[in-house]
Design a protein. Structure first.
Length: 583
């Protein structure tokens, strides 16, 4: 099994490699940064003794099994050049480095190694196998060397021990994530494949069969010519994106695949080629993706050409349109000048109309105030005198029954007339609005309206007790509530009405809500004089009126009036000036 990452491993060698990686002694140690973490993980995960020789100098890293195997050479050999630190075996390791950096492998059977173990110099026999290790760019940069010690016993026991060691090494290679294939002899008889290789080429019988028999569907293809060439020349060959069809499932169906394959020669101690090692990576998905991207690139290029043509055509048409637009802009410029003058004139007229409406509204309020005062002072006094005269005549002495009845009728008519005159005066201009403010005036208005219509009214007034609002604001809110209640009495058939008046964020807000029959503001109602009057009052005060209603859901009138309305602009030339006076 492959060990955890060497940066987190718990073994003694892992700790020493971490310390070596952080060493600043550049004269004695070679920085390990170019070595890929994957290569270190494979090395440290192997159960049998193994060394990793990196670079032309053969900087040595090894696993815990090798640390025990090399005896006194540990830990001084770690991070040093194998050619200098192990001079007795300089020849074999120099040969392994030479072949490995060319991408080739080496097999040396029954090789003698001299080691210091337990204070004694010993000669051990090993089977040495080396294979190239590639850097992050895919180039051979080092050599992975495995050492299988041959026991000194003879006979069946020795053979069994040797077979066990070879099995242990084969098991370790089975964990390598890329496809590995080992063939022997000129017929390329398959001796070893790892699970990753079977995963690529399917579950078919391979061991003990020549390549041509194991892969009959590759007959005549270049895939079988590569091992022939490597076996003949000894040179490593690498094929990138090699494509051929395979029967992966053994059912006769074939599918195309693409593979990166590296063939390298395996040599014995006398430098004779005894077999081949193939490292295979399935790159079918990557090739498909490249083909898809290439197709997209061609489509994009065709689209770009089409767009360039469309752009050229558009540029021609744009030049023509530019000339036409220039002529049109000249006409529009003259037209805009006329329109601007007309808009300015209409804006002046609208300002003049607004100012006139403001003056008319002020004059109307003044006139209503005067009429209310006259009704209260003159007509009210006359009715009071009439009432006193009727009472004096009734109390002057015995009268005929008919006269008494007539006087009672006169008294009743005078009282009714007094109440009607008082109500009319209040509706025209309640004295409470001028004397003590909006709060009291609204209370009087709501009370009298509820008594007259028999509709319950819930009046809520907040934030209006501290100081009086501006007169124009008080008048506008009072009239809006008064007109809204009038509309409720005429149209709503409501059972309950809520009136809320308050200040909020610099605005005085009045809300009148009823539970009546409601109506559709979109279809009708905008032409009603009451609504028109309310909108004009709110607009003149610089505010906004919103009406929310729907059939069967009642009506809500919301008026927002700023407490400090914007100053009216001065009237234009020819506009009415001054105040409207009652003649």
């Amino acid at each position: 099994m492959v060990s955890p990452s060497w940066r987190n491993g718990e073994g003694d060698v892992s700790a020493r490699i971490r310390a070596l990686d952080g060493s600043s002694d550049v004269e004695e140690r070679t920085p390990l940064l170019p070595i890929t973490p994957t290569a270190l993980d494979i090395l440290l995960g192997l159960p049998a003794p193994a060394l990793l020789l990196w670079g032309p100098a053969g900087v040595v890293l090894y696993n815990d099994a090798c640390a025990a195997f090399i005896g006194q050479l540990h830990p001084g050999l770690l991070g040093s050049s194998v050619l200098q630190a192990w001079p007795e075996e300089r020849e074999i390791y120099a040969r392994a480095l030479e072949l490995g950096l060319r991408g080739e492998s080496l097999v040396a059977k029954n090789r003698e190694l001299w080691l210091e173990r337990g204070g004694q110099r010993q000669c051990v026999r090993v089977d040495l196998t080396s294979s190239p290790v590639r850097d992050a760019g895919g180039k051979p940069a080092g050599v992975l060397v495995s050492l299988n010690e041959r026991p000194e016993r003879v006979g069946a026991a020795a053979d069994a021990a040797l077979a066990s060691a070879e099995q242990e090494w084969a098991r370790a290679l089975s964990e390598v994530p890329v496809g590995l294939l080992v063939v022997e002899g000129p017929d390329h008889v398959i001796r070893f494949v790892n699970p990753a290789y079977r995963g690529i080429f399917g579950d078919r019988p391979l061991e003990g069969r020549p390549l041509r028999e194991a892969f009959p569907e590759l007959k005549g293809s270049s895939a079988l010519e590569l091992p022939e060439q490597v076996y003949r020349t000894g040179d490593m060959l690498r094929a990138t994106g090699l494509g051929f069809t395979l029967d992966r499932h053994g059912d006769g169906s074939r599918e195309q695949g693409f593979f990166d394959v590296v063939w390298s020669a395996l040599r014995d101690a006398e430098d004779r080629i005894t077999g081949l090692l193939a490292v295979t990576i399935d790159v079918t998905e990557q090739v498909r993706e490249r083909e898809r991207l290439e197709a997209q690139r061609h489509e994009s290029e065709a689209a770009r050409i089409e767009l360039d043509q469309a752009y050229a055509e558009l540029a021609t048409r744009s030049a023509k349109r530019t000339v036409e637009l220039a002529r049109t802009n000249a006409v529009l410029g003259r037209t805009n000048t006329v329109l601007a003058a007309e808009i300015a004139q209409r804006m002046r007229a609208e300002r003049n109309r607004t100012e006139l409406l403001r003056q008319l509204t002020s004059a109307q309020e003044d006139e209503q105030r005067r009429i209310a005062r006259d009704l209260h002072d003159q007509v009210g006094q006359t009715l009071t005198v009439l009432t006193l005269a009727v009472r004096a005549l009734r109390d002057s002495g015995p009268l005929p029954p008919a006269a008494v009845a007539s006087l009672a009728d006169v008294q009743r008519v005078a009282d009714d007339l007094g109440r009607e005159v008082h109500g009319l005066a209040v509706r025209l201009r309640p004295t409470a609005l001028d004397d003590i403010g909006l709060h009291a005036a609204l209370g009087q208005l709501v009370g009298e309206w509820s008594a007259r219509t028999n509709v319950h009214v819930d009046l809520q007034i907040s934030d209006l007790d501290q100081e009086r609002l501006p007169p124009d604001v008080e008048t506008a809110l009072f009239r809006i509530v008064q007109e809204a209640l009038t509309n409720v009495a005429r149209h709503a058939r409501a059972q309950h009405v809520s009136v809320v008046v308050q200040q909020h964020e610099g605005n005085a807000i009045a809300v009148v809500e009823d539970d009546g029959v409601g109506w559709n503001p979109v279809r009708g109602g905008n032409g009603r004089l009451g609504l028109v009057g309310m909108r004009e009052r709110v607009t003149l005060a610089g505010g906004r009126l919103d009406i929310e209603s729907a059939p069967g859901e009642g009506t809500t009138v919301i008026a927002r009036v700023p407490l400090a309305p914007p100053e009216a602009p001065p009237p234009e030339e020819g506009a009415p000036r001054g105040e409207l006076k009652r003649s």
